[in-house]
Design a protein around this ligand. Structure first.
Ligand code: CMC
Length: 424
């Protein structure tokens, strides 16, 4: 049987080193012992594993995504977002008693301190982007819960986890209401998680907002699909900040800030803008050509660092879209999206680079049909991803992970002497 190791020969000296392969990885401390002056140069972490994790399994070539071993297809069909959040955090599906306790805990932590809303959120400029408001509000929560600094106390950790998952929809809806000049709606603890969020978003003067059950269910499925995605950019931000032992609100704010970027959580907003700009089926071919020439923008909602075949979440989302459009009517941009997908999937440029639709290609169309403004799209991503971020944060603390501190290859100037400004 071949050895589970690799042998490296340093051609400068002729020395050879055997380094074990453990769980498919080569430990950097073994490498460093053998070659202390040679770094891995891996910007963007293309081939660097930064942690061991038991949360999410992803096989990009096969298009497989599993949370704690459960296929995403089964969870999307049979579970709820709150059950999935429990699964991600605790490692196993809850018993009926555990689930009831968890749902009660989340439901009774949905309120936010009045000062967060009145003094903090309402202090923003009238046209503030809701994602910017959310990022800042989550960071501000750390000043309201000083016990959050107690990150080594499991009971305190659990309390902050419940608070964050529960308050995220309240903050998200509050940011939206402020940005459109509507009064804040308090959580209705008689409603389920997604329905409660929709009530905080859309309630006007009715005593009780009853969300369309099909839309509340569709949103819950979208929350499941977005709950975790192993070491993506925002989760890496969460782990990096968490590794410095910052409190979970500060670390979650950092993760949400990463999610704000158009290459990550902002991509579905970019998809809607792209489809609107294309405007008609007649313009699809010209748009594809401009993408291929490299002169235009990229095809938004296509391609993924890890998935090199169809993103399994995109497949489920396409089904959800049909359910939503039955209630809301068809989003007029859908036909352009379908033609764009068809054109790209039969074009050698996209085939040879293994570029397929990702989760964001259709999610924006659903959100738009449900009435969400595009500015809310990254916010809608941040709500469920909070469960994933916190699962990784808890795992990192349990593993007593080292502080994240990459190395660099210095390519700047050699030592030189300071020249006074009058001599320059
Ligand atoms: N449209 C056109 N060409 C593309 C695209 C695209 N969407 N994505 C990648 N390529 C090309 C790229 O130009 C390059 O071509 P070449 O080899 O000729 O230089 C090749 O494919 C490899 O691209 P890359 O930039 O090295 O790939 P990456 O793994 O660094 O980028 C990505 C991944 C998601 C940033 C990128 O595919 C992209 O910008 N997609 C559009 C934005 C998007 O949809 N983002 C959402 C990601 S999924 C949500 C999530 O999980 O967070």
């Amino acid at each position: 049987m071949p050895a589970e190791s690799i042998t490296i020969t340093d051609n400068r000296t002729g020395d050879s080193f055997e380094i074990p392969i453990v769980n498919g990885g080569v430990a950097s401390d073994q490498w460093r012992k053998a070659l202390p002056d040679v770094m891995f140069h891996d910007p963007g972490f293309m081939a660097t594993s930064a942690c061991e994790s038991a949360v999410t399994f992803l096989d990009g070539d096969a298009g497989i995504l599993r949370y704690r071993g459960y296929p995403i297809e089964q969870l999307a069909e049979k579970s709820t977002y709150l059950e999935v959040a429990y699964l991600l955090l605790h490692g196993d599906l809850p018993t009926p008693e555990q689930y009831a306790g968890w749902v009660t805990d989340i439901t009774y932590h949905t309120f936010i301190h009045e000062n967060v809303r009145k003094r903090f959120l309402e202090g923003f400029h009238y046209d503030a982007h809701p994602m910017g408001m959310l990022v800042s509000a989550v960071a501000a929560l750390s000043t309201f819960y000083s016990d959050a600094k107690d990150i080594h106390d499991p009971a305190s950790r659990d309390k902050q986890i419940v608070r964050l998952i529960a308050k995220m929809p309240t903050l998200a809806a509050a940011a939206h209401r402020f940005s459109v000049g509507m009064p804040f709606v308090y959580p209705d603890n008689s409603l389920e998680f997604a329905a409660n969020f929709l009530s905080m978003m859309w309630k006007v003067a009715e005593p009780r907002f009853a969300a369309n059950p099909a839309l509340a269910h569709a949103l819950d499925v979208l929350f499941i699909l977005h709950a975790d995605h192993e070491q993506n950019c925002s989760t890496t931000a969460m782990r990096t900040v968490g590794s410095a032992h910052a409190d979970p609100y500060s670390a979650t704010a950092a993760a949400a800030a990463a999610l704000y970027g158009p290459r990550h959580g902002g991509a579905n907003e970019a998809v809607i803008r792209m489809l609107t700009e294309i405007g008609s089926l007649d313009n699809v071919s010209a748009f594809i050509e401009s993408v291929k020439s490299g002169k235009g923008s990229r095809l938004q909602g296509f391609g993924h660092r890890v998935y090199k075949s169809y993103d399994p979440r995109a497949r489920i989302i396409k089904q959800v879209a049909d359910e939503v459009f039955e209630v809301t009517g068809r989003n007029p941009l859908l036909d352009i999206a379908l033609k764009l997908e068809e054109a790209a999937l039969s074009d050698d440029y996209f085939i040879s680079r293994r570029l397929y639709p990702n989760v964001d290609f259709y999610s924006g169309l659903i959100y738009q049909a449900m009435g969400f403004p595009v500015e809310m799209f990254p916010v809608l991503f941040a709500i469920p991803r909070t469960a994933g971020w916190l699962s990784h944060w808890a795992e990192l603390l349990e593993d007593d992970a080292k502080i994240a501190r990459p190395r660099q290859l210095y390519v700047g100037a050699a030592e030189r002497d300071y020249v006074p400004i009058s001599d320059r």
